[in-house]
Design a protein around this ligand. Structure first.
Ligand SMILES: Cc1ncc(COP(=O)(O)O)c(C=O)c1O
Length: 443
């Protein structure tokens, strides 16, 4: 397992951030609330944010392409979300009993998401995935889950497997093993999971030929955003749909990133493949803690009287749902025009970055879609699966990220870029100008 390394601290441009990190370390375990944040270059502490921009505690301004790891689908402090939050702040924060916002929010999700015959609200993506897997196991009476290498489905024992492991840990491509990712993880978690390679249908067929009648579900990020933003090749999702149906297994799309981002109805509406269950998080709340499991009625109804245990003190809390409703209404405005424009602007940015790199002689591949894509510094062919990304030049990426920060661009530490409807032509031009400077400096 590759663990977050502490990034090198460089210049005085970030002095206050560095000082605050030293203080933070004395109170907060590891000085951080989520260890992947240690991967950002410098010990950046952010203080202000508005729309597509953020400011750090030293007063440096950045165009924000990290967007809280994809949560902020409408950027920072969107007026409609702030208003919803303000209104709800003067009302009860939580009832712990039924209330009207629950079905109102669920109805909005139903209208947008093809597979959402029923909706259940949870608080984090990790929890949503847990519920989806439990529903699938209960419904099929089977235990095994097929997941793809490099796909991330949360940090709990049962799914934190074969994520960012080394190829040695993952085993031979033809016979991979579900590799643990953390010390302290219960070792037999891996016994319930079988892995396959993204964009390699043969590797999936091999697993089904051997274990098909024991597989409860196949779970996948419909676009592998968490390991290099790798699109499914034509026919892959269709084949997963067919294969799971043939063997009586369920298909689960983990849409925690693609949901309300690649299209209003998520990847399932974008690619026209309807899974049995899907999980949503991040964008659904626009900035508040909210996630959701949606799916076929008979599978979902197991949670009330069907014997599938499910709970959570904060499930369906009014604050999260009020902001989620404002988010979904804003995204759905004019038939989803804002999201379409954001994906178009992001595609322009992908193209602009490609040509800036080419002009300056930097070997760069960009994969993904307009509002979520990744940079790969490599001379190899386009990556098709997680293992291909292991050959990317990590030193070049780290240099790019550090220089990009100096030029006012905040990206995710793995070279991922999120674009939202609040990014405009102005951000596009500023970014391409800055990226050209960075590529020249890299050379
Ligand atoms: C595809 C996917 N599934 C699940 C999760 C876990 O979500 P959370 O961090 O809200 O627990 C994430 C988080 O990044 C994710 O990207």
């Amino acid at each position: 397992m590759q663990t977050p390394e502490t990034s090198t601290v460089t210049t005085s441009r970030y002095t206050t951030s560095h000082t605050l990190f030293e203080r933070s370390k004395k109170a907060l375990a590891g000085g951080i609330s989520s260890p992947v944040r240690l991967l950002f270059p410098e010990r950046l502490f952010l203080r202000e944010a508005l729309g597509p921009r953020v400011w750090d505690v030293d007063g440096n301004e950045y165009i924000d392409y990290a967007l809280a790891w994809g949560v902020l689908i409408l950027g920072h402090c969107h007026p409609r979300l702030v208003e919803a939050l303000r209104r709800q702040a003067e009302r009860p924060q939580i009832y712990g009993a039924q209330h009207e916002l629950e079905y109102e929010a669920a109805e909005r999700v139903q209208r947008l998401v093809p597979c959402a015959e029923r909706v259940a609200f949870t608080s984090s993506g990790t929890e949503a995935v847990q519920l989806a897997l439990r529903l699938a196991r209960a419904f099929t009476g089977r235990n095994l889950i097929l997941k793809f290498e490099g796909h991330f489905h949360g940090w709990v024992d049962s799914v934190l497997l074969s994520h960012h492991n080394t190829s040695e840990e993952l085993g031979p491509v033809e016979e991979p093993r579900a590799a643990l990712c953390s010390k302290g993880q219960v070792p037999n978690a891996s016994e319930n999971v079988i892995t396959a390679q993204w964009n390699d249908l043969l590797s999936v067929q091999r697993v089904f030929a051997k274990h098909g009648s024991s597989i409860a579900a196949v779970i996948a990020e419909p676009v592998l955003v968490n390991s290099g933003a790798i699109m499914p090749e034509p026919g892959l999702l269709e084949a997963l749909r067919r294969l799971t149906q043939d063997y009586g297994s369920l298909l689960i799309f983990d849409e925690i990133i693609t949901g309300f981002r690649i299209a209003l109805g998520g990847a399932q509406s974008f690619f026209g493949i309807t899974p049995d269950l899907a999980t949503f998080g991040k964008a659904i709340g626009g900035g508040v803690a909210l996630s959701s499991v949606v799916g076929r009625k008979e599978i979902m109804e197991q949670i009330a009287g069907g014997g599938v245990a499910f709970g959570g003190s904060y499930n369906g809390n009014p604050v999260s749902l009020a902001v989620a409703m404002a988010t979904l209404d804003e995204l759905a405005r004019d038939g989803g025009a804002g999201l379409r424009q954001a994906n178009a602007l992001g595609s322009q940015l992908m193209e602009g970055l490609r040509s800036a790199a080419k002009d300056t002689g930097i070997p760069l591949l960009i994969t993904g879609f307009g509002t979520a894509f990744s940079m790969h510094f490599t001379t190899r062919p386009q990556p098709r699966s997680y293992r291909d990304t292991l050959h990317d030049d990590k030193v070049a990426l780290a240099t790019f990220l550090r220089l990009a920060l100096e030029e006012g661009l905040l990206l995710l530490p793995d070279g991922r870029i999120y674009v939202s409807p609040v990014h405009t032509e102005r951000e596009l031009h500023e970014t391409l100008r800055a990226a050209r400077t960075v590529f020249q400096r890299m050379r």
